[in-house]
Structure formats: structure tokens, C-alpha cells
Design a binder for this molecule. Structure first.
Ligand SMILES: [Cu+2]
Length: 159
């Protein structure tokens, strides 16, 4: 009896320590030093294949900051990928890891390079619509942008 009481008390104490940090994690801190330019994505053929989204990040602050991840309700699994083409012309992609955005500089997520990979699509990307995507940064800030969806043959932010 005593033992289970102690366990419960310990559990309650542990929860009290964990809960405040969980609550804090749910309050997004908006990033004020990064500007997102020209976000865009291509319409998807249903939801069976992952979709890519593209944009340029410009660092207007005076410290280097890194893009560390992505979230999007339209994707059950969103992450930053990097496409590479080897000497034989075979292209592949893999998780990009953290991407540094230099002070005063830009990093582009574009076809053939870094890109936002939206896997496990929860809904198709439909031309003419937009979807919100949240960018996560190394200082625990984030930025949510509306990504316009262009046609399946779009090659850039101008469609
Ligand atoms: Cu990819």
C-alpha cells in the first residue's frame, strides 16, 4: 500500500516537472530574423507519392541560424531533404540535417537541391490552393508560411 502511494507521489512529482516544459513547447516563438521568399509547391497526383515544397530563406539578423525541421498538417511526415546527382547521373535524396543560413545570406530550397519533403500526404495538393507549412529553427523559434500550389509542370515560384 505504502509502496503504491510512494509510486503515485513520485509520478505526480515527475508530471509536475514535465508538464510546464510541455506547455512551453506548445507556445511557438515566432522567428523575427528570417524572411521566407517565394514559397511554392507542385500539385500532387493524389496522396500516394510524397510532394516537394520550395522556398528561399533570407537571414536579416546578425547571428547564423539553422533550419532544423519542418511541420505541415498536410503531411504525416515532413522533413528537409537534399537531392544529389552522382557521377553516373543517378540522383538520390536523403535527410539534409541542419542547414545554416548565413548572416545577410540566403538558402534556397529548390528542385534538385534542398527541398521540403512532404511524405504521407493527408490530402492532395490541389492547384490554386495553399497550405500552411511551419519551419523550425535552431533557436527554438518557428515561422509558418502559406505555400501556394502551382500546376504539376511548374518549374519555379513563377509557376
Ligand atoms: Cu525528398
Amino acid at each position: 500500500m505504502n509502496n503504491s502511494k510512494n509510486t503515485l507521489a513520485g509520478l505526480a512529482a515527475a508530471l509536475c516537472m514535465v508538464l510546464p516544459s510541455l506547455v512551453a513547447a506548445q507556445e511557438p516563438i515566432p522567428n523575427t530574423q528570417i524572411v521566407v521568399e517565394q514559397p511554392w509547391a507542385r500539385a500532387s497526383l493524389g496522396t500516394s507519392r510524397p510532394a516537394g515544397a520550395y522556398l528561399t530563406l533570407r537571414n536579416l539578423g546578425d547571428t547564423v541560424i539553422s533550419l532544423t525541421g519542418l511541420e505541415a498538417d498536410i503531411s504525416g511526415m515532413a522533413s528537409v531533404h537534399q537531392s544529389k546527382t552522382d557521377a553516373n547521373g543517378i540522383s538520390s535524396m536523403s535527410p539534409a540535417g541542419d542547414i545554416e543560413i548565413p548572416v545577410g545570406g540566403t538558402v534556397a530550397l529548390e528542385p534538385g537541391g534542398y527541398h521540403a519533403m512532404l511524405m504521407k500526404l493527408q490530402a492532395p495538393l490541389i492547384e490554386g490552393e495553399t497550405f500552411p507549412m511551419t519551419l523550425l529553427f535552431s533557436d527554438d523559434t518557428e515561422l509558418t508560411v502559406d505555400v501556394p500550389i502551382f500546376g504539376m509542370g511548374a518549374r519555379g515560384p513563377e509557376g
